[in-house]
Design a binder for this molecule. Structure first.
Ligand code: ADP
Length: 466
């Protein structure tokens, strides 16, 4: 079975968040189950693309409204990714140093049209088109409605919602950009007065998945305006928890770590990584190290970090290290904490540092208000780091509280007091060295790799091909 994943991001080529990790790992795990899963993403101006060689396998011209753009489909040569990587090169629109910007309607519409124009020319078509998030959400509509793509109509489509907050809305004035279709079906594009690519994909895809079962349920109550639609379409919706790539995230072999470790050497291994972090960031290595990695946005609870950290540092003997970037106000507010001896941060994106933090931290903070799946808690577990999470979405599905016989620290809801209380509970847990280290050792073996969830996707594909 030929599966084509169509996405804006794919690790290690272009990564902004968890979407990249999923698209960079899932195809390989699916391949182990016998599918031929490959990926198509835009061709960005980034380091990976500059350092690798691509073969041009197709050239064409696409029509975006009145404007015509030349495009090329590039295939990565000597791919070590495990799957074939195809890139859509539309230099004027997509060859940028960033993945997302504020003219994404045109950029990603052109990406989707070019992808479909290319597929039209293939003798052997994919058996399933697996689209990810709103950037590729018009594909299920175009292949079922646009006259141009009627030969692709029978290909089943799957939409995975990685984050329903972002829906790619644009005005009806731009309808002319979409390859012509029967206007009596224009309602499929619309949700609440605008063209809504995510809503449209929920309506038109053959099957819709979200990245955890709990998130699927939560979306029926809170989906940034799409609650009723998701409830209405619930028969074709399913929550499948994301996995992590055990080849990339392996404490025994991860080349980014200061010191590798296994289940038997976890204590000394984590100690070496923590020492490096504490020296680099001027923190006391004898205090428990609490870390956060991620986007500094409201969804992650970042607007409360300043108050949470201040209170927690006052009430406990701990260190805090933050890696991330996002809202400028939050960044500025947090910068004022830098003078505190037990707090430090790196504002920016650093993949290597993230790996060392997962390995060297004692606790990973995830006070997210919305967390469709969350990968960080799974990376933390894999590296023997105890997660502290708000029990929602994927966090609820993957982290069990120590008081319930589990291995993490969970709180219900996000407030300064609730998160601070969870941090205090963790600080106390840390003082019971024997129990804390036993926890580190055991969580390292919890299997949240893709092997389980990849099977669920393959079963889903098979059910659509019947
Ligand atoms: P998101 O909502 O951002 O997609 P996820 O938990 O699904 O959240 O995935 C986040 C991914 O991005 C993880 O691989 C995490 O390590 C990585 N990440 C986020 N921010 C940073 C950063 N500033 N530096 C390095 N890696 C980061």
């Amino acid at each position: 079975m030929n599966i084509l994943h169509i996405s804006a991001e794919c690790f290690p080529i272009a990564k902004v968040g968890g979407l990249a990790d999923v698209v960079g790992a899932l195809p390989n795990y699916q391949k182990e189950l016998g599918t031929n899963s490959n990926v198509v993403i835009p061709f960005f101006n980034n380091r990976f693309n500059q350092e690798h060689t691509f073969e041009v396998i197709f050239t064409g011209n696409l029509q975006l409204g009145e404007t015509s753009y030349g495009f090329r489909i590039l295939k990565l040569l000597n791919s070590t990714l495990g799957f074939d990587l195809f890139c859509v090169d539309i230099t004027e629109l997509l060859y940028t140093e960033y993945v997302y910007s504020n003219d994404d309607t045109e950029r990603f519409l052109a990406f989707q049209i070019a992808t479909l124009d290319w597929l039209l020319t293939l003798k052997e078509k994919p058996d399933i088109l697996h689209t990810h998030d709103h950037h590729t959400g018009l594909i299920p509509f175009m292949i079922s409605q646009s006259f141009r793509y009627k030969t692709l109509k029978e290909i089943p489509t799957v939409l995975t919602i990685h984050n329903a907050q972002y829906q790619g809305w644009f005005s009806h004035e731009k309808t002319f950009l979409i390859p012509s279709f029967d206007k009596k079906n224009i309602g499929l594009l619309d949700w609440d007065g605008s063209i809504n690519p995510l809503a449209c994909a929920i309506k038109c895809a053959w099957s819709v998945t979200t990245v955890s079962p709990s998130y699927m349920e939560e979306l029926k109550l809170n989906a940034n305006g799409l609650e009723a639609l998701l409830s209405h379409e619930s028969d074709k919706c399913v929550g499948i928890i994301n996995g992590i790539d055990w080849n990339v995230w392996d404490p025994e072999r991860d080349p980014k770590l200061i010191k590798n470790f296994s289940k038997t050497t976890v204590v000394s291994g984590k100690k070496a990584n923590k020492k490096w972090l504490c020296e680099k960031f001027n923190l006391d290595k004898n205090k428990p190290l609490f870390c956060f990695i991620g986007r500094l946005v409201g969804e992650k609870g970042a607007d409360l970090f300043f108050d949470i950290f201040k209170k927690s540092l006052k009430e406990n003997t701990i260190s805090i290290l933050l890696l991330g970037s996002g809202h400028k106000e939050t960044e500025q507010q947090l910068a004022t904490l830098n003078s505190h001896a037990d707090y430090n941060s790196f504002i920016g994106y650093d993949e290597t540092l993230a790996h060392i933090i997962y390995a060297g931290a004692d606790f990973l903070l995830m006070p997210s208000r919305v967390e469709p799946c969350g990968l960080n808690q799974m990376y933390a577990l894999r590296y023997g780091t105890t997660p502290i999470v708000n029990s929602i979405g994927g966090l609820k599905d993957t982290v069990i509280d120590i008081e319930d016989g589990g291995y993490g620290i969970c709180h219900d809801g996000v407030s300064i007091d609730k998160v601070t209380a969870a941090i205090s509970k963790a600080a106390l847990f840390y003082t019971d060295k024997k129990r804390f280290q036993k926890n580190s050792r055991s969580i390292l073996s919890i299997d949240y790799s893709w092997s389980h969830s990849a099977k669920e996707y393959v079963q889903l594909y098979k059910s659509l091909k019947l």
